[in-house]
Structures are given as C-alpha cells and as structure tokens.
Design a binder for this molecule. Structure first.
Ligand code: T1G
Length: 659
C-alpha cells in the first residue's frame, strides 16, 4: 500500500483498515503549522474513508512529539491551532490511538491525552514542561491530565514540568500499555475498540480530592518555583478542572496560556531554552571530530576532585584518582564512594549503577597509573606554583595525545599550559562546587589549545550531562569576573550607606536564592581576601577600594565556617550582627563618608548594571562568545533567576552582535 502524504511532515499508510499516521518533523517532531495541517488532513481522510476503522498516530525518529513549535511563538498564528487539532482528535468518531515511540512533551503530551488510548515504548517519556518556558499547557493539558491521573499527580507533573518514563506513566494511568512494538499494539487496539464507545479523556470526571491534600501538593511545588508565575497559574487551572465543565476549563486555560506566552518571564525562559541549545557550539569548530575519552585521571580527590570523579563515573567513564599518599588515595576512594552512596539514597542512582561505578574507579598514589588516561583533570590547591609543577610532572607521564585540564577558578591557565612541552593539549575545565551536582562547566580555551582538544572537552562535558560554556582566558573567566563586579558594586553601596542585609534582601526579592553577602559567607571570605592581598601591589591608587571585607577578615570573621562573617550564625541561623554594623560605620567614618539611603530598586538596578557592563566587556574582549552564554553562566553558576533570563537578557542586551 503506497504512502499517503498529508503535508511535508505528515504521511500515512493504510494497514488492515487502520491508518498509520507518522509525524516526521526533525529533530523532535515539534507541532509546526505543517504538522497541524497534516494531522487535520489525515483526520479528514480517515473520516471520509469507510474502509478506515481508526487511526494510529506515531512519530518518526527518537521523539513522538517534542511539543508545540517554540520558534512559532510570537509569530502570526496559522490555522488550524493546536487546540483545534487536539479537540478534533478527542471528538473523532473513530478510535485514534497514539503509539508513543519517544518523548511526548507539552503539546505532544496533550495530543496523547486527547487520543482514545496511549501505547508507549518502554523508553518513551511523557511530560508537560511548559512552566519551564514560563507558560502553562495551552491545548488541554491542565484539564485532561487530572481526569486521567488525578489532581494531585497533575499538580506535581504540570507544576514542576518533570517528565515520567512509560512504566511510571502507566502506573499513573497516563499510558494504557507499554509495548516493544507500539504501532502494532496500537493498531490492534484500534481494531479492538472500533465501533465501540470510545474513552474520551475530556468526558471523564476528575476524581475528588480533599483541599488539604491539594494545598499540600501546591505548596510543595510553589516552594521550589522561586517567584515564577507560571507554576501558580498552572496549579490554579488544574485545581479548577474538577469544578468547571471541560469547555470552560479549556477556555480559561487558553486565555492564561496566551497571556503568559506574551510575558517577559516566558520570553526570558525561552531565551534560556535556546541559549542552552546553542551552548558549547563553536562555529569554527564544526566538523572537527572529538577525541575518544573513556579513561579520566583526576589529580586531587578532595571536595572538587571527588565531585568531578562522581560526574565522570556516573556518565560511564573509567576514573583514576591520584593522590600524594596511599592514605590520601584511600580517603579519596572513601569520599567518592560516599557521594555515590548518597546518590543511591536519594534515588538519583541505582545500587547496580553504584557497583558499576566502583568497578570503574581506582585511586592511587602512583602517578604512573595516569599513563592510561585520555584526559587528566587537576583539582589540587589553587596555587600557581603547585599547578605548574604538577603539569610539568604529568607531562612526562601521560600519553602524548592525552588532554590535560586545569580546574583552576582564578589562576592563569596559559601559564600552567606553558609548563608543559605541548600547551596545545591543555585547557581549563572550571567545575562549580559541588561538581557532581552543578550543571555548569566553563571550558576555558587557552591561547594555544588545539581545536580538536577544545571540541573533545566540549563533548566530554556534554557526556557528563553538564552545560559547557566556552570562555577565553581572563582572571575569573566569565562567571567569577562578573561575580567580582557584582560584589565590588555591592560593597560600594554598603560603604555609601546601604546595609548588607538590605542588599541581600533586594537581590533575594529579585529572585536570587541568596544575596551576595550571604553567598560570600557560605563560600568563605578568606579566598577573596587572599586574592585582594595578592592584587594589592598592583592595584591602581585611583581605583576605589572598599576595606570593609578586609576588616571583617582581620576580625576572624571568615564566614559560616567561623560562625560569623557579614552575618552571625548562632545555631546556623543567619543573623544581623551589630558588630558588623560597627565595622561598617568605622570604615565610612575613616573615609568621611556620610551614609545615605538606598531603595531596593536602586540596589537591584545598580547591581544588574554592574553585571551587564562586565558582560559587555567580556563580549568586547571576545572572552564570551555570545550574551546567552553569559546569561547561562550566571543562571547555572551564581543563582541568577532563570525566569529573568540572565543579566544580559534582563537588560535587553541579549541580541547577538551582528557586526
Ligand atoms: N520547538 C522548536 N524547536 C525545538 C523544540 C520545540 N518544542 N524542542 C526542541 N527543539 C529544537 C532545539 O532548539 C534544537 O535545535 C533541536 O530541536 C534539538 O533539541 C500548547 C505551547 C525534546 C527533550 O518544552 O525538552 O507545547 O539547536 O538539543 O537534547 O501546551 O529538546 O539543533 O537548532 O534539546 O535530544 C513544550 C522542549 C513546548 C520540550 C530533545 N515542549 N524540548 O532533547 O535535543 S510548549 C518542550 C526539549 C507547548 C503547548 C505548549 C528537548 C527534547 P537546534 P535538543 P535533545
């Protein structure tokens, strides 16, 4: 039977009375206009062909449907709309069964919800991640999902945007069956139910749930939404589903979707979505094949080294941890095994996977073991002499084609590279603590790094499941340089009259999980103090310098670890400390500064401007390749609220330089 084509991306073939419709819109079968017209045409054809008992919907490739086409947002709407197509599927008088061959996300999940049955392959996944784009489902998800899985599960799934694998979806009632041959299984279900009353999701009642349980489920979601509006809106719509008829619920959902779609918050999160897809892509390097990296050497298995080891192990690599003594190597093994065990406890890793990781891990004090490594990452004490000496020694141990990476956060990786005979194989891999959790890795392209070394490092970071951002060489790379500008400006305002707690409150109200002074206390004040002391000799006398932090450190106030820093921490609770106020007053008096008031708005504006100006400098210097990279670094490394899009987006400076 020849294939029928209903649009450039939708085709079908008839098999024993069942129309097998395939969506083929690479890479993720998004519901672009030509997909929607194709689906509508396929339904028309099925409706008008007596021999057709029903329809099976499936996707070509690795996805069922990745959702509405996000690139169409903000463009003039093209009919049929997605709600129209979804409504037609549900109301269709012949069975429409979906064979979910991969991810069914957003509009893709809403299409599945409207089908009269859902068969999924085991590796498929279902989700309504719209809140991650600052919107709510706009084609029935908030009204149909609670009818299938109940309101509590719907609040969790839609409020968090998380996806569920097929077997969990079946347990929830979202999928009807899991099959290795979903199309064939769906086709026989069509033949089975053809001519019988169809199970239309929209006609199902929403099982009643008591308000306390609903409130608790909502509170759990909202506790993590950090001031974003979409989760609260989604919960409102899902909760209302039980009290209104389907049409009224769908209309309110659509109105909410359209309002949020046009919001700055959604524009910010869409910017982040596409910036993440662009991250780690370097035009000039296209077509260069990455080197094979299976065995990773990690020098120093302390806090950072053990986190990096876990990230490498849980992504399938073999790890060799090198320490100075056998005792330290044993301690390193213990630290890494402990982190893996914690991952099992929190269900982020299975016990079998833990065993597999441990089987691929060795720690030793014998440096020659690193001869087997494809990549060696150093995570030793952040001192230039220590690192250059280490790289000089590694030079004679590792294979000539092995890549050497430094995890330094502030030192000059070019100087470290020049300690080797072949700096082309050296670059920076700047992980963030805790390295097994934090997604961000700054991949530092040194002056002499070979292109295929950079490509290999980017591929390695992606294989870790992390977000690689390419940075050129400058003190602090992208993140810490912007963070330093942010801290500097904050200290200027404190010296001029603002209270540290007011600065923190303003930034927390803006959406940061923690203000800058609280973050400094958590990280420890001694690292920056050591760096300021190092810089003192070269600091220009014209440069404004605030000494308050030095006074705090001299007073032994090094942050949480000493129980006091910018704040005091009795019983671990962050508390305003009058001693700090006294130190600040003294510093102002010493400079004859008469303190003035700062509004929260002025504080936020000035700190954002400081970040953006530094970002603009990084772009001008070619350290950062695009504004989106800067936004991703600040969001994933420094707590910048994603729903604000990052500093460059928030300042409307996110457009790529065309010049
Ligand atoms: N629309 C347009 N382009 C998309 C897209 C989408 N929905 N999803 C992915 N792409 C592009 C992406 O930009 C990249 O392009 C390429 O596909 C590969 O993506 C009414 C309105 C599906 C799990 O939120 O989560 O439905 O960079 O690198 O790692 O309620 O993409 O190659 O040019 O991410 O294999 C809801 C978004 C939309 C899912 C695949 N759907 N996508 O991950 O590939 S809103 C989503 C993803 C909605 C309705 C509402 C992932 C993926 P390029 P990739 P991947």
């Amino acid at each position: 039977m020849s294939a029928l084509r209903f649009s450039e991306s939708v085709s079908a073939r008839l098999e024993d009375g069942v129309l097998l419709v395939t969506i083929d819109n690479p890479p993720v079968n998004a519901l672009s206009a030509h997909v929607r017209t194709g689906l509508a045409a396929a339904l028309n054809h099925a409706a008008g062909t007596v021999e057709i008992a029903g329809v099976v919907l499936t996707g070509a490739g690795r996805a069922f449907i990745g959702g509405a086409d996000i690139r169409e947002f903000g463009k003039p709407p093209v009919e049929p709309s997605l709600p129209d197509v979804v409504g037609r599927i549900e109301a269709f008088d012949k069975p429409v069964i979906c064979a979910v061959n991969g991810v069914a996300l957003g509009g893709g999940c809403e299409v599945a919800l409207a089908c009269h049955g859902r068969i999924a392959v085991e590796t498929a996944a279902f989700g309504l991640p719209e809140v991650k784009l600052g919107i709510v489902p706009g084609a029935g998800g908030t009204q149909r999902l609670p009818r299938l899985v109940g309101t509590l599960a719907a609040i969790d799934l839609i409020g968090t945007g998380r996806t569920v694998k097929s077997l969990d979806a079946m347990a929830l009632g979202l999928a009807d069956a899991v099959s290795a041959h979903p199309v064939a299984t769906a086709a026989s279900l069509v033949r089975q139910v053809a001519g019988q009353p169809l199970r239309r999701t929209g006609s199902l009642d929403v099982p009643p749930v008591d308000d306390d349980a609903l409130d608790a489920a909502a509170a759990k979601v909202l506790a993590k939404s950090r001031g974003q509006s979409a989760p609260a809106e989604a919960i409102r719509l899902v909760r209302a589903a039980g009290g209104v008829d389907l049409e009224a619920g769908l209309a309110e959902e659509r109105a909410t979707f359209l309002r949020l779609r046009d919001s700055t918050e959604s524009a910010a999160l869409r910017h982040v979505f596409f910036a993440e897809r662009a991250a780690g892509k370097v035009e000039q390097l296209e077509g260069i094949t990455p080197r094979r990296i299976e065995t990773v050497g990690i020098v120093g298995t302390g806090l950072m080294g053990s986190g990096i080891a876990v990230a490498a192990l849980t992504s399938g690599h073999r790890v060799i941890g090198l320490e100075q003594t056998p005792e330290a190597a044993a301690a390193g093994m213990g630290r890494i095994a402990g982190l893996l065990d914690k991952a099992v406890q929190s269900k982020r890793l299975t016990a079998a996977a833990l065993d597999a990781c441990l089987a691929r891990l060795e720690t030793t004090a014998d440096a020659s073991a690193l001869a087997a490594a494809d990549l060696v990452i150093e995570a030793v004490f952040d001192d230039l002499a220590v690192k250059t000496d280490l790289f000089r020694r590694l030079n004679g141990i590792v294979r000539p084609d092995a890549i050497l990476a430094t995890n330094t956060s502030y030192l000059d990786p070019d100087a470290i590279a020049d300690a080797t005979t072949d700096p082309r194989r050296v670059l920076g891999l700047h992980f963030f603590s805790p390295a097994h959790i934090m997604r961000l890795v700054e991949v530092v392209d040194c002056a002499k790094t070979a292109p295929d070394v950079l490509v290999s490092a980017l591929a390695f970071v992606k294989r870790l499941g992390k977000l690689p951002i390419v940075s050129g060489v400058t003190e602090g790379f992208i993140g810490n340089r912007i963070f330093s500008a942010y801290r500097r400006e904050a200290e200027f305002m404190v010296e001029d009259g603002a209270e540290p707690q007011a600065v923190d409150a303003a930034m927390e109200a803006y959406g940061f999980p923690m203000g800058i002074f609280a973050v400094n206390d958590m990280a420890g004040l001694e690292i920056a103090w050591a760096r300021r002391k190092r810089q003192a000799a070269t600091r220009s006398p014209d440069e404004r310098y605030v000494e308050i932090a030095d006074r705090l450190c001299e007073a032994g106030r090094l942050g949480r670890k000493t129980g006091r820093g910018w704040y005091a921490y009795p019983d671990g609770v962050r508390t305003i400390d009058p001693n700090v106020t006294a130190i600040i007053d003294a510093a102002r008096a010493a400079k004859g500064i008469v303190p003035r008031n700062f509004t929260a708005e002025e504080i936020t504006d000035r700190l954002l401007k400081a970040m953006v100006d530094e970002g603009a400098a990084l772009l001008a210097e070619g350290i950062a390749a695009r504004p989106g990279d800067i936004d991703l670094v600040m969001i994933n490394g420094y707590g910048f609220p994603a729903h604000k899009g990052g500093p460059m987006f928030a300042a409307g400076r996110h457009e790529e330089r065309t010049a």
